[in-house]
Design a binder for this molecule. Structure first.
Ligand code: ZN
Length: 249
């Protein structure tokens, strides 16, 4: 049967990767409060929508959600891990390998982002044994578009190696710092990882590329009512989110 090429079916848009950064009460652009995070996970558990491993999201039947946490904050271990364990939700944490055990004060850090401690390798090893997946997010969190190709490759590959050495597991996923995805970096990520996460706001659809997957930053889902729409009927979810995003443009 030949099918006409049409817009993706609404069911497609119910496959989503959520992006978290820090779980703290500072109210910063990268922060979700621990109380709101706990409520969000409760809503997710009650929705019946499966939480898939990031690398299995595209092959899992829609609807499905994957959870990602960028930068490797210590509050992932303290706040998120116990909640995720309660619901047996898989998650992927993207580590900045040159800063583990230190703080998020890399040279290119945005002003207004609070200085926060990052997980130590020993904490990371414990969580890895408990089933948390760790992905690479470069060694020093640079904008990859500003580096020459050799420096870009070193940032990506050294962080993958360091994580694999520490955890004894393959780092299957990569997240691009600042969502900067120059073509040579996309090619390298496609070669070296099963999944690459962008910061482009959107759903994972049949047309998504595995090395540049869209994500939904929970910054846009801060209202719990909107978060709930993720698990309502596909059309409602799609329209609610589209409407909300339009408000922000
Ligand atoms: Zn980051």
């Amino acid at each position: 049967m030949v099918r006409a090429r049409v817009a993706p079916k609404p069911i497609d848009v119910r496959r989503a990767i959520l992006t978290y950064h820090s779980l703290d009460d500072s109210g910063s652009v990268i922060s979700v409060s621990p109380a709101l995070f706990a409520r969000q996970m409760e809503v997710l558990a009650g929705s019946g929508v499966p939480v898939a491993r990031l690398t299995e999201l595209r092959s899992s039947p829609a609807p499905a959600v994957a959870l990602t946490f960028d930068d490797g904050f210590q509050n992932f271990a303290e706040v998120a891990a116990p909640v995720l364990a309660r619901y047996r939700f898989p998650a992927t944490v993207f580590l900045v390998s040159g800063y583990c055990g230190a703080a998020n004060d890399w040279p290119s850090q945005w002003p207004g982002v609070p200085r926060l401690p990052l997980m130590t390798w020993s904490t990371i090893q414990g969580l890895s044994r408990a089933g948390v997946e760790f992905g690479a997010h470069t060694a020093t969190h640079p904008d990859l578009g500003r580096l020459d190709e050799a420096a870009m490759r070193e940032e990506v590959l050294s962080s993958k190696r360091r994580i694999e050495d520490a955890t004894g597991r393959e780092a299957l996923a990569f997240a691009y710092p600042y969502g900067s995805m120059p073509e040579p970096a996309r090619r390298l990520v496609a070669e070296q990882f099963r999944a690459g996460c962008s910061t482009r706001l959107g759903y994972v659809t049949a047309g998504s590329r595995p090395e540049t997957l869209e994500r939904l930053d929970v910054y846009y889902l801060a209202r719990l009512s909107l978060f709930r729409h993720l698990f309502a009927s596909p059309a409602r979810w799609y329209l609610a989110l589209r409407g909300f995003i339009r408000e922000w443009k």
